[in-house]
Design a protein around this ligand. Structure first.
Ligand SMILES: *Cc1c(COP(=O)(O)O)cnc(C)c1O
Length: 445
């Protein structure tokens, strides 16, 4: 598959650069003319997954699909090494009844679905770098759990240095022994600003070609197609697990913040997965709903104050994948309006849904999963005619207090997640300023 910038699609830029390969899109991360990388044409991959049986494992599916994203740049042997190194955990699909399934995506090392994309990117980069005998620097702008997930996935990956930019708040769960000053490969940098400032800084760093080429900088955020595309695999996976057990329409309900998961779902559809619709489940910060109403990228209103909710991963005013979403709408607006349905769920409904799902099915949902479950019930179009797969994106024990409040049940944090609670120190603290960032990084070598 070849990749182009969203700029080419959105602004029909005559000077947009030539399409690049998947490998180059992963290593460069951001196109030189601005925008984000998207597939020029999504290939029809039906012949590779439609025949797969229920017994297919997630690494098998990953290994089978990956070479087709690379078109000859990654052979099947390498693809299968990547899949096996990345995934010693799987999505867990639980069919609740005729109407609902939940797909638990929290069985990875840090208990959030982001482990899937991050683990793939880490294993992929290691494979690509080894075959070329080169090194690279992976930079992530992230807070909380996501930052830790990235630091852990890239720990001890040969040839890779990891820079973690996190906003001005405490961070937990980084292992001191992983720091570059202790012989590891991690440079955690605290930025005196918010997550937006960190993301802008990351973008500036990648667009500083001299610095970016010297250190071979790329990003670990979902702006990187190497993290985004593999997230399409678990939608295909749930399709092959469910196809014999359901009749009628298939719908996914997706808790949506930066829209990475939603975009990945749209790719799964474009790859040929038979599906009838996607619910973009949001909390009170309903930026995508505004977009659907107005149809322009400006309606992702940057200046609207954020509301703080019990689903912090969805408290986002300008989703970092917005341009990708808008480029889908630009190509086929009418089709998109029949495929993607926004819903906004308030905190009280979220708590009630956690209770309802526990009482009725004996299953715990974290609040983000509960937003998705509630959204699928809010829309009468779906309630009656299809089967809804609800994405459960975080381990419920990470939100034990809310689970307790909703259900009266006390959940114990599994040991591998408990170690994420230890506060960590940065290697440097900087103002949100490119020069400060570059000298902090250079100072570590
Ligand atoms: C990041 C995250 C989300 C939002 O996913 P996006 O791909 O950013 O839309 C939902 N739930 C949890 C638990 C998350 O960590």
């Amino acid at each position: 598959m070849q990749f182009v910038s969203t700029e080419k699609i959105l602004k029909e830029q005559p000077y947009a650069s030539e399409p690049v390969s998947f490998k180059e899109a992963v290593l460069r991360c951001l196109p030189p003319e601005g925008g984000l990388y998207v597939p020029e044409v999504e290939h029809d991959l039906r012949s590779f997954f439609l025949h797969m049986g229920e017994e297919t494992t997630f690494p098998e599916l990953t290994a089978a699909i990956t070479p087709h994203l690379f078109e000859g740049e990654l052979n099947p042997m390498s693809a299968s090494r990547v899949a096996e190194r990345a995934y010693n955990f799987e999505p867990e699909l639980i069919q609740l009844d005729e109407t609902f399934s939940v797909m638990n995506l929290y069985n990875g090392p840090t208990g959030i679905f982001k482990d899937f994309g991050i683990a793939f990117l880490a294993a992929l980069l290691e494979e690509l770098l080894q075959s070329e005998n080169t090194t690279c620097m992976i930079v992530a702008a992230a807070r909380g759990n996501t930052g830790v997930a990235i630091a852990r996935a890239f720990l001890n990956k040969r040839g890779i240095t990891t820079v973690l930019l996190y906003p001005d708040e405490p961070i937990y769960g980084l292992d001191k022994a992983a720091y570059i000053s202790q012989g590891g490969n991690l440079i955690p940098i605290r930025v005196k600003g918010n997550l937006d400032d960190c993301q802008k800084l990351l973008s500036l760093l990648i667009h500083d070609r001299e610095f970016a080429e010297r250190y071979r900088v790329t990003a670990a955020n979902s702006i990187n197609p190497g993290r985004l595309l593999p997230q399409a695999f678990y939608f295909l996976y749930s399709f092959i697990k469910l196809k014999k057990h359901i009749s009628g329409e298939l719908i996914f309900s997706i808790p949506s913040g930066n829209l990475g998961n939603l975009i990945a779902a749209l790719y799964a559809w474009k790859f040929g997965m038979p599906v009838n619709g996607f619910i973009a489940a949001m909390n009170a910060n309903n930026s995508f709903g505004e977009f659907i109403k107005n149809g322009t990228i400006e309606s992702f209103n940057n200046s609207k104050p954020l509301i703080s909710t019990i689903t912090p991963a969805l408290d986002i005013s300008y989703p970092s994948n917005s341009e990708r979403l808008v480029s889908f709408y630009k190509s086929a607006p009418a089709v998109m309006r029949t495929m993607v349905f926004p819903e906004s769920i308030d905190d009280e409904t979220t708590i009630q849904t956690m209770k309802m799902v526990w009482d009725k099915y004996g299953v715990h949902l974290d609040p983000h999963g509960a937003v998705a479950f509630a959204a699928s019930q809010a829309d009468a179009n779906f309630r009656d005619q299809g089967h809804v797969v609800v994405l459960s994106t975080a381990h419920p024990a990470k939100y034990a207090d809310l689970v307790h409040k909703a259900t009266g049940r006390k959940l114990l944090l599994p040991e591998h997640l408990a170690s994420l609670n230890c506060q960590a120190e940065p290697i440097a603290e900087i103002k949100p300023d490119l020069e400060a960032l570059e000298s902090a990084i250079a100072g570590c070598f």
